[in-house]
Design a protein around this ligand. Structure first.
Ligand code: NI
Length: 164
């Protein structure tokens, strides 16, 4: 496993649309492992493949609910409610902003064995799913910020603002 370089805003790859995964290969298994390692090392709760320079529809999420979610070719099929709160992104270091997301999300995806499954999430997990799915279509949270994009102090970053 290896820590991969996280691409940051301004890098054109973050603005491109990702391609669906057709089959799981050893390279994809390695990529998924590296994405988790890279995400944990950066203290994030989610990471999408384009953030490490790979234009494939792969997302990893760990919102500390005891699960390590791998979402391949995810598609949000239902949303409900609203939540408005601070959001950050590993690809936009040191910044945060207020973003409104659905409070409930149902997503269908494939797991790391290419088996289809459906995941439902609320609150932080719903926000993470939306944020990561946006990455797969080249969108960043800064596109959706209400009001100003703010600088985050190190303490705030560690305590309040989750990065995806
Ligand atoms: Ni992000």
């Amino acid at each position: 496993m290896a820590i991969r370089k996280i691409r940051t805003i301004g890098d054109e790859i973050l603005r491109k649309k990702c391609k669906p995964v057709k089959e799981i290969t050893p390279r994809i298994i390695d990529l998924i492992k590296d994405m988790f390692e890279t995400m944990y090392e950066a203290n994030g709760v989610g990471l999408a493949a384009p953030q490490v320079g790979i234009l494939k529809q792969i997302v990893v999420i760990d919102v500390e609910d005891g699960n390590q979610y791998v979402l391949i070719n995810p598609e949000i099929i239902e949303t409900d409610g609203e939540q408005t709160g601070p959001e950050g992104c590993l690809s936009v270091p040191g910044k945060s902003g207020t973003v409104t997301r659905p409070n409930y999300v149902k997503v269908k995806a494939f797991d790391a064995d290419m088996q289809p499954f459906v995941l439902e999430g609320e609150e932080l997990l719903a926000r993470a799913i939306c944020h990561e799915c946006d990455h797969l279509s080249g969108e960043l949270f800064v596109d959706k910020v209400e009001g100003e994009i703010e600088d985050v102090t190190l303490e705030e970053e560690e305590e309040e603002v989750e990065e995806y």
